[in-house]
Ligand binder design. Structure first.
Ligand SMILES: [Zn+2]
Length: 299
């Protein structure tokens, strides 16, 4: 039995445990955008500190936010199919991160995409829920035919031996895990810079702060556009209402807030679709100005 057949079989057995299967699809020009769930992450909600208390109370009530409440955070991997390209933005969490995630391989199968058919995997950043899934249970690249792409500065940051020491205890394993995977895939990996057209119709936009080299991607086809946001915004409430407020999910909170504010200013009023890795409604929607801030409008 080939390894992949064994994997398919064991995945089928595991499916009895009912992995979350959430899939949303829309056309963009001549191509198809699909968001495919990798599962969820259960994280306690951390409300921002050092922000005006009255406004935080008002927004918390509006969005029903309870401090420290554990809410499942969706994991929306974007699949872009156009011409002879089958492109994944990020690779999910894989088998080694948490039990509630790692459903991507099964859910790709459910939409009729074999792992061997993926031509490219483009990474937004190297956090566990975005890059660990590039390596499967057999320590092999999960998408054996794919060319892999990551921003040069993100690559440099996580492969720098000094990075692990610079992070606090709770995040050290991010660095160890990223470095190990980037090393394992180095032979298939190409780096790019801010503004590069990574693949035809796919342009990189540096959106730093969540991680130092975080990238978002503008996908254009037939005059229509979508921005694959990655984790430049990680929730559909406070990140939009007050993009300038610090968010606990971000490594450099000040820089991430500046990035978000600039991004939404550029996108509000545009017809550009938005796809957020952790945003509700399968991550697909657009941004609209509201009051002094914005709101996320699911598709
Ligand atoms: Zn992240």
């Amino acid at each position: 039995m080939r390894r992949r057949e064994f994997m398919a079989m064991s995945a089928g057995l595991l499916a009895l445990g009912a992995p979350l299967r959430s899939i949303a699809r829309t056309s963009l020009g001549g191509g198809t955008l699909t968001t495919i769930s990798d599962g969820t992450l259960a994280l306690p909600l951390a409300l921002p500190q050092d922000v005006p208390a009255a406004e935080l109370a008002e927004l918390s009530a509006r969005f029903g936010l309870e401090p420290s409440a554990t809410t499942p955070r969706p994991l929306n991997v974007t699949l872009w199919q156009s011409g002879d390209r089958t492109v994944l933005f990020d690779a999910g969490s894989g088998p080694a991160f948490v039990d509630t995630a790692g459903a991507l391989y099964d859910n790709l199968d459910a939409v009729g995409v074999a792992l061997e058919q993926v031509t490219d995997v483009v990474f937004t950043h190297a956090h566990p829920d975005h890059i660990w899934g590039i390596i499967d249970d057999f320590d092999e690249i999960a998408f054996p035919e794919a060319q892999l792409w990551i921003g040069q500065s993100e690559y440099d940051y996580w492969t720098d031996p000094a990075t692990t020491d610079s992070l606090d205890e709770t995040r050290k394993f991010f660095a160890v895990g990223a470095a190990r995977r980037l090393e394992a895939i180095a032979g298939n990996l190409t780096t790019f810079a801010d503004g590069d057209e990574v693949l035809p119709g796919i342009t990189a936009r540096m959106t730093p702060g969540h991680t130092p080299g975080h990238m978002s991607f503008l996908v254009s086809d037939g005059g229509q556009r979508a921005l694959v946001l990655g984790d430049a915004a990680t929730n559909g409430h406070l990140n939009f209402a007050r993009p300038d407020w610090p968010s606990d999910s971000d490594q450099d909170r000040e820089q991430a807030a500046e990035t978000r504010a600039r991004l939404f200013r550029d996108l509000a009023g545009e017809a550009t679709m938005l796809i957020g890795y952790h945003l509700p409604g399968d991550g697909l929607g657009r941004v609209e100005a509201e009051g002094d801030g914005y709101r996320f409008v699911p598709l």
